[in-house]
Design a protein around this ligand. Structure first.
Ligand SMILES: Nc1ncnc2c1ncn2[C@@H]1O[C@H](COP(=O)(O)OP(=O)(O)OP(=O)(O)O)[C@@H](O)[C@H]1O
Ligand SMILES: [Mg+2]
Length: 371
């Protein structure tokens, strides 16, 4: 698809000269004889660049440029002013103020004009290509997520019956198993159960970030309470103390936020140090238009060189050896936080242990700079 170039000049002979200079570029050239006509052309079409005469009767070039920049649809189109009058600085500054990217003095050198316009045509082509690729990537991503959701959902049903039958064999309800058979059935049961939790995690991953859309003012303290009650048994078994005083309200999808805190606290419990009771500290600090949260623990800790990779899908860290898991938990957390427009990362704690930091939008959303 060739880029269109808009030529605006009240004099026909100037338009003819512009066309002659730009024809070798092989792009579609559209003419307008006044500022008003130029604005009409911009209603229906997109252009790579606009060449705009400064001195025109009625709406002059500066006013036309101002109107172009006021409209959302055309505000991004670069404007080159063509001027025969004063090349003085004041005149030029006025042009730059209303959004010109360049000036060309008349009479112009066709070669210079062509080279300048060619740069913008090239930029336009590249921008279109990047936009196309982004749209295709977005589509592929959505399809992949749908695929993951359908596959994990459909795999779950047959697995439930496999686990059910294996359980019946294992607990002796269909007769006693002898010798190695009992051990083999138990191993098959454990494998089927871990496959079940992998499928559940994949399903969670496919769904993470999806429901974001019902963003509302959500009390982070209440969300943490909910996550703690879901993890009640694990926390009690670990003898862990979780402190989360004075958490703020944020703009969030509360179901996704519960999952986020639950995954993080679950990790603190799982990767606790064997020689000291686990303490998890959850706090938040206001930063500009968002809140920065910290989930700190005194467990096995994370290594600096590994901290980034922990958020990759299926990545299990050095602390994971001998502990169950699929390496999806933090990838889900990343998707949730990014779905809310935030960032998430991990750091080693000051006295060992791990700190997971993430940002979430504040409900009022007003930045300090705007206050
Ligand atoms: N609080 C923590 N302390 C120490 N290491 C941690 C902590 N949280 C995460 N990790 C490390 O990060 C890795 C990735 O965590 P993630 O939650 O994604 O997966 P996982 O816990 O291994 O499995 P699951 O998918 O079941 O959550 C873990 O394998 C672990 O090595
Ligand atoms: Mg985990």
């Amino acid at each position: 698809m060739s880029a269109k170039i808009l030529l605006v000049d009240d004099k026909n002979e100037n338009l003819v000269a512009l066309q002659a200079a730009l024809r070798p570029l092989g792009q579609e050239l559209v003419q307008a004889h006044s500022g008003e006509e130029a604005l009409r052309c911009l209603l229906n079409d997109d252009f790579a660049v606009i060449l705009l005469d400064v001195q025109m009767p009625g709406m002059d070039g500066f006013e036309t440029a101002t109107r172009i920049k006021e409209r959302w649809r055309s505000r991004h189109i670069p404007i080159i002013f063509l001027t025969a009058i004063s090349r003085e600085l004041a005149q030029q500054l006025k042009g730059y103020e209303v959004g010109a990217v360049d000036y060309i003095a008349k009479p112009f050198d066709p070669w210079v004009l062509r080279s300048k316009v060619a740069v913008f045509v090239d930029l336009y082509d590249k921008t279109r290509r990047v936009e196309d690729q982004a749209a295709r990537l977005g589509q592929a991503n959505t399809e992949l997520e749908q695929f993951a959701e359908v596959v994990s959902h459909d795999l779950r049903n047959p697995l439930v019956s496999v686990v059910g039958y294996l359980q019946m064999l294992s607990d002796g309800s269909v007769g006693d198993l002898s010798g190695d058979s009992k051990e083999f059935v138990e191993r098959a049961l454990r494998a089927a159960e871990s496959m079940g939790s992998l499928i559940d995690d994949l399903l969670d991953y496919a769904r993470a970030g999806k429901a974001v859309g019902v963003m509302q003012t959500t009390d982070a303290g209440q969300v943490v309470e909910r996550a703690l009650s879901n993890l009640h048994a694990d926390i009690e078994a670990a003898g862990a103390a979780v402190k989360a005083p004075d958490l703020p309200a944020v703009r969030a999808d509360s179901a996704q936020l519960t999952r986020l805190f639950q995954n993080l606290i679950e990790n603190s419990v799982k990767y606790r140090a064997p020689d000291r009771p686990l303490v998890v500290d959850i706090s938040a600090e206001r930063e500009d238009d968002h809140w920065l949260f910290f989930v700190r623990d005194n467990g096995d800790g994370v290594a600096t060189d590994e901290a980034r990779a922990l958020f990759d899908m299926f990545y299990r860290g050095s602390t994971a050896v001998g502990r169950p898991g699929t390496g999806i938990g933090l990838a889900i957390c990343k998707k949730i936080v990014e779905g809310h427009g935030g960032r998430i990362w991990a750091e080693p704690g000051i006295d060992g242990g791990a700190v997971v930091c993430f940002t979430l939008p504040a409900p009022d959303g007003i930045s300090e700079a705007q206050k």
